[in-house]
Design a protein around this ligand. Structure first.
Ligand code: GRF
Length: 198
């Protein structure tokens, strides 16, 4: 079985989508564990409702040890999916899981990404800049912030009536699909971590 670890910090609609796609057989994998860096993340409730093992590793308490604590709990996993996870992974986990950690970001990287660019701020920046298209990016997690290899991007048109909130909503729908596609590409071997290492 292909084992996933899903890391979350918030609402967890991306997590829910993955759960639903596993239920319908569209993603042939098992969610081994859902880890949150925030005790209040609703994503944890979603996981519990579906009988998935959960773990809260509070970043406020763990500080620099967060990544190492995560590593201890994902050793059996094939792929780590950051689905709205707001902490930066560092240290051994990034090396041991090289090319096997992916993140979903709600813009077309390299625009509107990097340190401090998360949540609604991303969409505010896009609207303020007057972009005509935006979208989402699934990328590999490396030591930087949003700097890893881009695996997939999906695009939406930004209309003159769009607000940061309406743009976020449109992009969210695409995020779900993009993550599903990339996870399936990993499972089917289309994205081979060995090839990415070269
Ligand atoms: C998404 O917009 C994702 O791109 C970003 O955080 C948000 C998480 O949404 N990294 P959800 O918690 O999966 O609903």
């Amino acid at each position: 079985m292909y084992n996933l670890a899903i890391l979350v910090s918030g609402n967890g609609t991306n997590l829910q989508y993955i759960i639903d796609k596993i239920d319908t057989g569209d993603i042939k994998a098992k969610i081994e564990i859902v880890i949150s860096d925030k005790s209040s993340a609703y994503a944890i409730e979603r996981a519990k409702k579906n009988g998935i093992k959960t773990l809260i590793l509070d970043k406020k308490n763990l500080k620099n040890n967060l990544s190492d604590e995560i590593l201890k709990n994902v050793k059996n996993c094939n792929l780590i999916v950051l689905a709205g996870f707001l902490s930066i992974l560092k240290g051994e986990i990034v090396e041991l899981f090289k090319n096997r950690i992916i993140n979903i970001h709600p813009s077309l990287i390299p625009s509107f990404c990097g340190k401090g660019m998360y949540g609604i701020k991303v969409h505010e920046a896009a609207i303020n800049r007057g972009v005509k298209v935006s979208g989402c990016t699934v990328h590999i997690v490396d030591k930087g912030t949003d700097t890893g290899t881009i695996l997939k991007q999906k695009i939406v048109t930004v209309n003159k009536n769009d607000t940061p909130e309406s743009l976020a909503e449109k992009i969210h729908i695409l995020e779900h699909k993009a993550l599903e596609e990339v996870i399936n590409e990993y499972i089917s071997g289309k994205i081979d971590p060995e090839i990415l290492k070269r």
